[in-house]
Design a protein around this ligand. Structure first.
Ligand SMILES: NC(=O)CCC(=O)C(=O)O
Length: 274
């Protein structure tokens, strides 16, 4: 399965961001013939709590959804539509990933479950919960018999979510994500390789491009990590494209050769919903 990850630079204009994403999808769909194209976290909106309501829209009736649906249909591809601020009917806003089928239908959506609320001394303070609500549903999609679990950025820190997906049969996890200049160097690669190694599956992340002028400076380095925990492909920090051919046989190989999931002592330690 060929994936293309689009590490896009955003501006303070929703229409431009969406049209830029669609134009890049058009280019890579023709050039690389992928099965799936994936976009970054918050690709249509600056990443900042003061922007989320202004840029929010309903799903699937909003402008961004309609454009992604048309792009998926035009090229007959799956699109993991990064994330956008979703306005729901009660007025709450979620950080939401939409997933589009090759016929343009919305397969499902995932609302970020763990909100990014941190305060690192001398580094970064951010509180998504100032304006966002947290989702409470797991999201697994099936592409050609391969199950893929969806998370968003900060969700990557929670091994339990990845474990639930592994236990539901996932062979890949996709996290649109925008780490920053404080936590990116420390944890971005580490977390992806950890989740891949813990659960013996592919981990895919899609970051916005770094923009030194932005209020929130994204780390970049979108990545594909294989089930051995090795980096298969990685982007730089600027605008970039990652093209990766996924061999799901590798998942079986690792799980057979290092059968930790048959060896776990669940009689000795339990976590909820394992
Ligand atoms: N958008 C996010 O959830 C950022 C997460 C992050 O940077 C982290 O360190 O975790």
């Amino acid at each position: 399965m060929r994936l293309v990850l689009l590490q896009l630079k955003g501006v303070k204009d929703k229409t431009s961001n969406v049209l830029n994403a669609v134009s890049k999808i058009n280019q890579v769909a023709q050039k690389y013939k992928p099965r799936l194209v994936a976009l970054p976290e918050c690709f249509n909106c600056p990443y900042g709590t003061k922007y989320f309501r202004q840029y929010s829209e309903p799903i699937p009736d909003g402008f961004t959804s309609q454009e992604l649906s048309a792009a998926a249909k035009n090229h007959g591809i799956y699109i993991v539509g990064g994330t956008i601020p979703e306005l729901d009917e009660n007025g709450s806003i979620y950080n939401t990933c939409t997933i589009w089928a090759p016929n343009g239908n919305l397969i499902t959506k995932y609302r970020k479950m763990h909100l990014f609320d941190i305060d690192v001394k001398g580094g970064i303070r951010f509180r998504e919960s100032e304006t966002l609500a947290a989702g409470s549903d797991f999201t697994v999609i099936d592409i050609e018999g391969h199950k893929i679990g969806i998370g968003i950025c900060y969700d990557m820190r929670f091994e339990e979510l990845a474990r639930v997906y592994r236990n539901e049969g996932c062979e890949m996890l996709i996290y649109p994500g925008a780490f920053n200049m404080t936590t990116g160097p420390l944890h971005w690669e580490l977390l992806q390789r950890s989740r891949a190694n813990d659960n013996q599956l592919y981990v895919v992340t899609i970051s916005p491009a770094r923009d030194e002028e932005a209020e929130y400076i994204a780390w970049g380095h979108s990545m594909v990590v294989d089930p051995w925990g090795q980096i298969l492909k990685s982007a730089s920090h600027g605008e970039d494209i990652v093209v990766a051919d996924i061999d799901f046989e590798l998942v079986k190989e690792v799980r057979t050769q290092i059968p930790t999931f048959k060896q776990r002592r669940l009689d000795m330690y339990t976590t909820k919903r394992q």
